[in-house]
Write a protein that binds this ligand. Sequence first.
Ligand code: ATP
Ligand code: MG
Length: 248
Amino acid sequence: MTDASPVIRLRGAGRTFGGHRALHDVDLTIRAGERVAVLGTSGAGKSTLLALLNGSLEPTTGSVEVFGENPALLSGPRRRMLQRRIGSVSQDLALIEQVRVLHNVNAGRLGQWSTPRALASLVWPRSLGVVRDALDRVDLGWALHERTERLSGGERQRVAIARLLVQAPELVVADEPVSSLDPVRAEGVLGLLGTSPAVRTLVVSLHQPELAGEHCTRVVGLREGRIVFDRPAADVGDTALHDLYALT
Ligand SMILES: Nc1ncnc2c1ncn2[C@@H]1O[C@H](COP(=O)(O)OP(=O)(O)OP(=O)(O)O)[C@@H](O)[C@H]1O
Ligand SMILES: [Mg+2]
């Protein structure tokens, strides 16, 4: 069941990089409670689309609204307030490599803390119980005091998920959050994102259509920067997937 309020509204949103058009005039409305997978080949524009949603990128044409605001145009406290409601996992994970895992997980709370409190936490870590609990949920309880740079790709990916669990945002925008995980752990992480009571709305890019079918309510297929289908997950058949991934 979804309620009526749109969390995301893109109208004619496009993005070019130099002369290259990565995204063409995308119209997309996502409502509270929806779990949307974005599928498409490498280079189809998934990361570009997701970056428009979390405000890390501005559209070159059209408009983007998240919770009624254009994230890329906000600054100061209003931007921080919006960012607190959006949890992001970027494809590069955006972890600080040189610090211990617990600090990266605690970074999920930076939006809720004052600057002095956040800085003090680097010396005297706060809320260790919450951090430990989030790490336990991604099977990384043992890594609390490890240096982040020593972890494997899949372990680092799970640290980024733990950071998200600590933030408990209303909207999660996750760009290939399970790309380095084995199949069982990928299931586990998507299950966490799908069932976490705090996460009301999810937009996730994936390279595994079967995971999209299992964990999402709706699937958007992107091809060469355009939406080629947008339908309930149950209605995405083999033909649509074949056309989406066919090499030109
Ligand atoms: N910062 C950038 N500068 C120049 N071109 C870019 C930039 N970011 C993306 N592009 C180009 O835009 C297109 C879409 O890229 P994008 O990263 O959104 O694809 P993707 O679907 O996320 O691919 P992947 O599955 O490999 O992550 C690609 O052709 C890419 O080369
Ligand atoms: Mg990408």
